[in-house]
Ligand binder design. Structure first.
Ligand code: FE2
Length: 393
């Protein structure tokens, strides 16, 4: 996984530039100086992470005031990467290639960026859970995931999602991780509309990997103060007469690399640049967040024929089933947001990229998520969504 991250963010721009040079720019039937100009512009576009680092202090959550500038950098990057992808398609020497490829890349970029940045549609699904107690039949659960509040998805975007969810009048709201990119010092106001989420059974959440990159130790108490009950290897039970359902949540495994008190990893990255919490002298030097553990999450839970688990990643179905989970709600994959990447994303997540799966005796729903990460700001073929799940016996 780490190797894939390095490939994506450090090697892929160089690889794309190589493809663009040899399979597109060099084959253009124009003078050398025009070729040089085109290549220079593409090199600037591919350098998104560098520009975010230089002008925004961080490659993943740049502190850039203008949403337009962030979106423009993201669109330029997407355009260059799409052009590189198209340039791989043979034949390489037909005459109209120099014009057709950039036009197709532009159309795809406009469409994909619009899909990535727009407020998601509501997708309604029914999920049959044979163990669901009779009085909970028809329970409506709104699942939102992967909002990725960032310089490209600010307060108005989060507020629109909140308004859409509240209008559905769900019984329960579940947020399955990746709320935000950036520490509270940068993103507090943008994410604050989440405190307006309302449902009779409340708002529950579990941490995604990006929470730890964004200093979960600081975000967690903020989420709780907003009325979002964070299930860090914990559960909550809902009763209706003799009927009981239990909803648990687990931490993301990324947390095992991040210290609890200031979010800094062992190698020192991932902290809040605006001011980490003071170190707790009582805490061992490398006390990190716990690993995801469904057994701990459901320990001392009341007897129930229905256990629901919030887990950011759509994995560990076998272990979760052994712990009595009937329904697992996950996100993380973004639904494999580029055509053709489904098998790769599924391979990285134990075969699950998007949608409803029934395995190991449990049901898994993987939502494509409500937002898109600023590091890869494009969606082609898999729209974002707010899921409204109606549970049936
Ligand atoms: Fe995500």
């Amino acid at each position: 996984m780490k190797a894939l991250c390095y490939f994506t963010f450090f090697l892929s721009p160089f690889l794309a530039l190589g493809v663009l040079y040899f399979l597109y720019v060099r084959l253009l039937r124009v003078k050398l100086r025009w070729q040089a100009l085109v290549f220079a512009l593409l090199a600037i576009a591919v350098g998104k992470s560098l520009w975010f680092s230089i002008f925004g202090d961080h490659m993943f959550y740049p502190d850039i005031a203008s949403e337009v500038v962030v979106d423009a950098i993201g669109c330029a990057y997407s355009y260059a990467m799409l052009l590189a992808g198209l340039a791989l398609i043979p034949p390489y020497r037909w005459r109209g290639r120099g014009v057709v490829l950039p036009v197709v890349a532009l159309l795809l970029m406009v469409w994909g960026s619009y899909e990535a940045l727009r407020v998601p549609d509501v997708v309604r699904r029914e999920i049959v859970l044979p163990g669901l107690p009779r009085s909970f039949d028809g329970l409506r659960v709104a699942q939102i995931s992967d909002i990725h509040c960032s310089p490209a998805a600010r307060r108005h975007y989060v507020a629109d999602i909140v308004e859409t969810v509240n209008a559905l009048k769900p019984d329960l709201i579940c947020i399955t991780g990746d709320f935000v990119d950036g520490p509270p010092s940068l993103r507090y106001d943008d994410l604050a509309p989440l405190k307006d989420l309302k449902a009779p059974l409340g708002v529950l959440g579990c941490a995604g990997n990006h929470e730890f990159y964004s200093n979960y130790a600081l975000w967690r108490p903020i989420f709780e103060s907003w009325g979002i009950r964070m299930l860090d290897n914990a559960h909550v039970a809902f009763t209706n007469g003799n009927d009981v359902i239990v909803v648990g949540g687990v931490l993301d495994k990324t947390g095992t690399q991040y210290r609890k008190w200031d979010g800094k990893s062992r190698n020192g990255s991932g902290g809040d640049p605006a001011g980490p919490l003071p170190e707790d002298p009582e805490m061992p030097e490398f006390a990190c967040f716990d690993a995801p553990d469904p057994a701990v999450a459901f320990s001392n839970a009341p007897p129930s024929t229905c256990r629901i688990l919030l887990q950011h990643r759509p994995i560990n179905l076998y272990t979760n089933a052994l712990n009595g989970v009937n329904l697992q709600l996950s996100g993380h994959t973004h639904g494999a947001p580029l055509w053709g990447t489904g098998p790769l994303i599924a391979a990285m997540n134990e075969g699950h990229a998007v949608g409803l799966h029934r395995e190991e005796g449990l049901s898994l729903y993987v939502t494509p998520g409500a937002g898109q990460w600023v590091g890869f700001p494009i969606r082609l073929g898999v729209p974002s969504e707010i899921a409204l799940l109606t549970l049936r016996r």
